[in-house]
Design a protein around this ligand. Structure first.
Ligand code: DON
Length: 320
């Protein structure tokens, strides 16, 4: 049988970038430094459940910051938009993901994709679920991936031991009343959520779940409320790639999220979930090959949200 055009395309991109060894594996969490820098995978899952993959798509790695849009969606779904917005803003900060800064005047974190905002969101979930919070997060992430996920104990212990900057952030948030008294426990939950193991294939299924209005295309399960998915994708679009978010929106033009272990997840609304895995990072903390593959995919497949072929609201077409 002839190979599908999309399969041929990702195989071509894999070959094109396989020899690219730019960037460095993250070492600030000591355990992440053990990752094999050669690993490279590309996996696409469509909203109607077709999968195309090449390279290391089975290899487990910790989800890290790609957890952030999911916990944000869960918080909005469970606590309501207003309560979450009282604690975390929706403005790009233009600064690095671990900046120690809050918005002037309100003392709110700028957005939930940087550590100040993500720890605040996790604290909201911790305040609601207490000891059961991690189990709850793991279950929702597993539903999004379409299989039971687990946590990497070594990476969790490693970050927990060395995450002094995040500890400082948690106490700053406590000082301003943005997190509840159990700031240490909330931080522990954040370290655990970042240490959930996924493969490139899992990430593409999670992205496809977002592309498919919150319903996992493999299992048919409605994982996220459709209204929260809009919030998750909006914040990924404006803030998902840290201080590279503007350039990403300009060049790639789809909501996305990256993590320091080397994953990038991108969502083409109503059509496709894209995931790449390659542990070498640029200075922003984004996977070098992940950025290159996504940029090429967007340009060759016309994925950008403002591509001329995108007609916008179907409803408007009917009423005009
Ligand atoms: O908070 C941290 O430092 C990590 N657990 C997650 C950081 C992360 O993935 C940022 N990504 N670019």
């Amino acid at each position: 049988m002839e190979k599908h055009e999309i399969q041929l395309l990702i195989e071509q991109l894999y070959q094109e970038f396989e020899s690219n060894h730019d960037g460095q594996v993250a070492t600030y969490i000591p355990e992440l430094g053990k990752a094999d820098p050669k690993l490279f995978g590309i996996c696409l899952t469509t909203a109607d459940n077709r999968t195309f993959e090449v390279g290391d798509c089975d290899c487990p790695f910790t989800i890290q910051s790609i957890s952030k849009p999911f916990t944000y969606g869960m918080a909005i779904e469970e606590l309501g938009h207003e309560k979450v917005f009282r604690h975390v803003g929706v403005e790009p900060s233009g600064d690095t993901f671990n900046s120690i800064e809050l918005q002037n005047g309100t003392n709110k974190p700028f957005n939930p994709m940087i550590n100040t905002g993500a720890i605040t969101v996790t604290a909201l979930l911790h305040a609601r679920h207490g000891d059961k919070a991690f189990e709850h997060i793991l279950e929702r992430f597993s539903d999004a991936a379409g299989r039971q996920l687990k946590m990497d104990e070594e990476v969790y212990a490693s970050e927990s031991r060395t995450g002094h900057r995040n500890r400082a952030i948690a106490y700053l948030l406590l000082n301003f009343g943005m997190v509840h008294e159990e700031a240490e426990d909330a931080l522990d939950l954040y370290f655990r959520q970042c240490s959930i193991l996924v493969s490139c294939r899992d990430l593409s299924a999670m992205a496809a779940t977002l592309s498919n209005m919150g319903q996992n295309p493999k299992t048919g399960k409605q994982v996220f409320d459709i209204r929260c998915v809009k919030d998750m994708l909006s914040i990924m679009f404006t803030c998902g790639m840290y201080d590279y978010s503007g350039q990403w929106a300009y060049e790639v033009g789809v909501p996305a999220k990256s993590g320091v272990s080397g994953g990038v997840m991108a969502v083409v609304n109503r059509q496709l979930g894209i995931a790449t895995y390659s542990p070498r990072l640029d200075s922003h903390g984004n996977s070098m090959r992940g950025i290159k593959v996504s940029t090429e995919l967007a340009s060759r497949l016309g994925l950008h949200a403002f591509e001329f072929s995108n007609v916008g609201s179907g409803y408007l077409e009917v009423v005009l």
